[in-house]
Design a protein around this ligand. Sequence first.
Ligand SMILES: NC(=O)c1ccc[n+]([C@@H]2O[C@H](COP(=O)([O-])OP(=O)(O)OC[C@H]3O[C@@H](n4cnc5c(N)ncnc54)[C@H](OP(=O)(O)O)[C@@H]3O)[C@@H](O)[C@H]2O)c1
Length: 314
Amino acid sequence: MWLVWIVLAVLGIKVFNKLTSGKCYDDTVMSGKVVVVTGASGGIGFETALELAKRGAKVIIACRNDKKGERAVRVITKLTKNKRVRYIHLDLTSLSSVRQFCRELSTTEAKLDVLVNNAGAICTTRERTNDGLLKDMQINYFGPFLLTNLLIPMLKAGAPSRIVVVSSAWHKFGTIDGIDDETTGYIQSYANSKLCNILFTKELARRLKDTSIVVNCLNPGQVNTSLYRSSTILEKLRSVLLYFFFKTPAEGAQTSVYVAVSDDCDVVTGAYFEDCKEVRPSAKAEDENLARQLWTISEKLVNLKPDEMSGVLT
Ligand SMILES: NC(=O)c1ccc[n+]([C@@H]2O[C@H](COP(=O)([O-])OP(=O)(O)OC[C@H]3O[C@@H](n4cnc5c(N)ncnc54)[C@H](OP(=O)(O)O)[C@@H]3O)[C@@H](O)[C@H]2O)c1
């Protein structure tokens, strides 16, 4: 008898999750729009790019693995019949790759309508990149910080335009104290990077307030992707929880798509979303002084040059 109750409880949890998981019902058409999705070779990024291509956007798949990136282009083109999907190499562990990506994009596109900063990773080894930054911090935060700053002029040309930043509920455990300290544990470091995503969103929104560029961030929820592949502990936890609680990548992409296309988000800026609804992040993520402090540190660490700051107010 107890087995029946367990099965019923599991099914109940699954049905509850399906019913409460946010869905983007907005049917905005994206023809004529140019969109960049980072980390679109798999997981949430791939599903986000697929959905935006379905809506007719010209989609740039920005990722580090050429084979995976080109395969994503082929699959999305086949599924959507949208021929305006292309791949440009972007390795966020290299600041020169970020700069090269922006140069290449600007040779073919005159404007950008939506930038989705989705790429992310959990790095169990505490290593530094050739730029001297912690690898996970650079992939999840410093690389996107530089990328976004460099693309502001193109986003201004596409205005009204949007920047979408994929954060996580892990931001609640984050702090900015260990963002350049390699003794910080890898789970703490991931949480730190996700807090930085929100602080960055809020500070950038403040700096862009007199423009028609909006910037918002989100938590996609717990999603069954390869994000936890490098971590034995998290991988085990993931396999146990997978069936009960995790979203599919397509479900996980709903909030990114919503923030990128919905009319509801036309003039909303500096906000944090979950399940296609605006919610409050942690108190620390709303600390304006911390956000300003982080911006100053980030400018220094990515060596943002004066001509690269031209798009964003101080
Ligand atoms: N899955 C979740 O439960 C969850 C929860 C909260 C937040 N998130 C966030 O959601 C976002 C997407 O993650 P996901 O779950 O879809 O994970 P995923 O399946 O592992 O996808 C991550 C993407 O980022 C790319 N990437 C990794 N390192 C890169 C680099 N150095 N340069 C450029 N691209 C790089 C990956 O490329 P490769 O395929 O080449 O590695 C992949 O395309 C991340 O920001 C993550 O923090 C996920």
